[in-house]
Structure formats: structure tokens, C-alpha cells
Write a protein that binds this ligand. Structure first.
Ligand SMILES: [Zn+2]
Length: 341
């Protein structure tokens, strides 16, 4: 198949996936487990940024970089997809025990009150919590969506061999199915994606993935990466002999994450809300898709002290008159309108 210039950038073909040697050393020495979660991210991000500078890796603009959209002649058509001016996917990666036991239910309560829907990405074999089938059922029954957040949340995926990566994804998919998730979707833990990941997810029957940021200045080991688009797209993978377009949809993470603004940029809640509103306005003006990652964990927006700001964020989205969707719903509708070719 022919790879267009926009494909080239959307699929990050210009960058090597390199989670950073600092992270790998820490992982091998088992140091990472002893550093508090958020500090760990920050520590590794600093190392990876330094690494990228010295290796001369290409930089992305943050928080807006739409190069792939500008190069894609079908962008105008995609802008017309929505029933409103633009789309919003609210996603929650459930990383910790308290996020699962407390933050998740709190987000559900807040969102129900505000007539909102979201996607909860659960870790099928978490070291911190056991996913209950009953909880998954009640989320799905209430109109929420459930995605699969890796198999374990241990930051090791990118260092595994391709067959080990496949084993993990295969097991995650089978647990997801057993839990009753019919439209399987994936979010890579720590957004650690690999060259094989899209192929494996496609072959294991995932319908959507949301692991590529649009532009990213801070994610662990992946600073200065991103797909440079604010629209869903069908990612490419190499099948051993040639490039193929996946039938699985990618929803780029196009909004800065809560932890990024809290810990990397160290913003106040009011400044965070301003940053989110600014980017939301931009995505609305382009008719794109805003994909949020807001964590129900105590270190992040799941902490009670942030619940008021979370409600404010939801109000900003509602006032912007966005079309608010679940990942499964968007995946079905987008595929019907723009099939993968
Ligand atoms: Zn996570």
C-alpha cells in the first residue's frame, strides 16, 4: 500500500520508540518500584528529554501540533463527521487500588449527575486490584464504556520481546472478553507503545486503541512524540513483508493528561482548566476529537480535593456543546462512515 505523507507522521515513522535508557536501568535494578508513582514519571521524563536532545530526535510542538492533518486532503471531510461541532471522549485509566476502589465510583457519580459518559480503562491483571465482572457489567449497563489498560501496569511492556508482548495482549483480550466487554479497546500503560503493538492489537481483535498522543512533551520515555492529528485514524503496521492499514481505529490522546499538568508543568487547578479550555476551543474550531485522560487515582484527579475542578472541567466541555461519546460508540460510527481501506 502507498504510505502518504500524513500516514508517515501519524504513525510516528520519523521517530524510534525508545522508552529511554534511564527507565530501563531503573527497571532492571528494580528501583522503579520503590519510587512513588508520579515522581517516577517525572524523573524518567527528564532523562528521556535529555536523551532526545542529545540524539537529535525530532521535536513536536506542544500543546498543538497538527502537521498530519494539514497534509491530509480528507481532513475537511472528517470535520463534518459530528452531529455537533466536535467530539469528546473522556477516558479514565484506573492505575491504582484506590483509583479502582474509590475514585472510579466517584467519577461515575459525578458524571451521572452531569449527564456525562466516559470510558474506564481497567488493568485486567493489576497487582493492585482485582476487576469484578459485576462492576464491568454495571458500568456497561449504565452506558459507560470499559477499555483494557494493558495486562499489568508495570511499565515493562516496551522491553519485552514481540512474542512476550503478544502473550500479554492476548491474555488481556481474553480476560476482557470474559469480563463481558464486547467492543474491545486498548490503552497502553504509560502510553508505552511499540512497533509491534498495532499489529498485535489488530490480530487479537481489538476494535479501537487510544495510546498515541497527538503531541507529547512529557510522557515517560516518549517525550517529543505524537501522531500530529486530532482525528481518529487507522494506524499502519508492518506484517513482515509490507505495510498494512489496520481495521482498528486509533483515538489520539489530544488533551494534556491530568498528571502532566499537575506534576510535569506544576500548574494550579485554575491554570489547568485554562489550558484544557484553550485546547478544547482549538479542537472545536477544527472539528476534531478531544480525548481526555483523567485518572481516578488519589495522586491525580481522583483525589477529593480535585473533584470540584473535575466538575468544572465537565461544565466547560458541556458548555462548549461537544458531542460526548464512549469509545465503543465512536468506533462503530466512525467505521461505518469512514471504513478502513
Ligand atoms: Zn495508566
Amino acid at each position: 500500500m502507498k504510505i502518504s505523507e500524513s500516514d508517515y507522521y501519524r504513525n510516528e515513522m520519523d521517530i524510534p520508540y525508545d522508552p529511554g535508557i534511564g527507565f530501563q536501568i531503573g527497571m532492571n535494578l528494580n528501583l522503579i518500584q520503590h519510587i512513588p508513582y508520579q515522581v517516577r514519571d517525572k524523573f524518567v521524563s527528564l532523562i528521556s528529554i535529555m536523551g532526545n536532545r542529545s540524539s537529535g530526535a525530532p521535536r513536536r510542538s506542544f500543546p498543538i501540533d497538527d502537521l498530519a492533518d494539514r497534509l491530509d486532503p480528507s481532513t475537511e471531510e472528517k470535520r463534518e463527521f459530528w452531529d455537533k461541532d466536535f467530539g469528546v471522549l473522556m477516558t479514565h485509566d484506573v492505575d491504582t487500588r484506590l483509583g479502582y476502589n474509590y475514585g472510579l465510583a466517584k467519577f461515575v457519580e459525578i458524571e451521572k449527575q452531569m449527564n456525562f459518559v466516559s470510558t474506564f480503562n481497567i488493568v485486567p491483571k493489576s497487582y493492585e486490584y482485582d476487576v469484578s465482572k459485576q462492576l464491568v457489567k454495571s458500568l456497561l449497563d449504565d452506558g459507560f464504556d470499559v477499555g483494557i489498560h494493558g495486562l499489568h501496569h508495570d511499565g515493562k511492556f516496551a522491553y519485552l520481546t514481540p512474542s512476550e508482548q503478544r502473550e500479554r495482549i492476548k491474555e488481556a483480550a481474553s480476560i476482557g472478553r470474559r469480563l463481558g466487554v464486547s467492543v474491545l479497546g486498548y490503552r497502553a500503560p504509560l502510553l508505552h507503545r511499540t512497533k509491534q503493538m498495532v499489529r498485535i492489537l489488530t490480530e487479537e481483535g481489538f476494535h479501537w486503541d487510544s495510546s498515541f498522543p497527538d503531541t507529547d512533551a512529557s510522557t515517560t520515555g516518549y517525550a517529543s512524540t505524537g501522531s500530529r492529528t486530532i482525528f481518529p485514524f487507522y494506524p499502519l503496521y508492518f506484517n513482515g513483508t509490507e505495510w498494512q492499514r489496520s481495521g482498528m481505529l486509533e483515538f489520539p490522546v489530544s488533551m494534556p493528561q491530568d498528571w502532566t499538568l499537575l506534576y510535569y508543568y506544576r500548574l494550579s487547578e485554575q491554570s489547568m482548566l485554562k489550558v484544557w479550555k484553550k485546547k478544547l476551543d482549538y479542537i472545536k474550531s477544527r472539528g476534531g476529537l478531544a480525548v481526555f485522560v483523567i485518572h481516578p487515582d488519589q495522586e491525580d484527579f481522583g483525589h477529593p480535593k480535585h473533584h470540584k475542578a473535575y466538575r468544572e472541567l465537565l461544565s466547560i466541555i458541556i458548555e462548549a456543546d461537544a458531542e460526548i461519546l464512549t469509545s465503543a460508540e465512536l468506533s462503530k460510527r466512525w467505521k461505518a462512515k469512514f471504513p478502513s481501506v
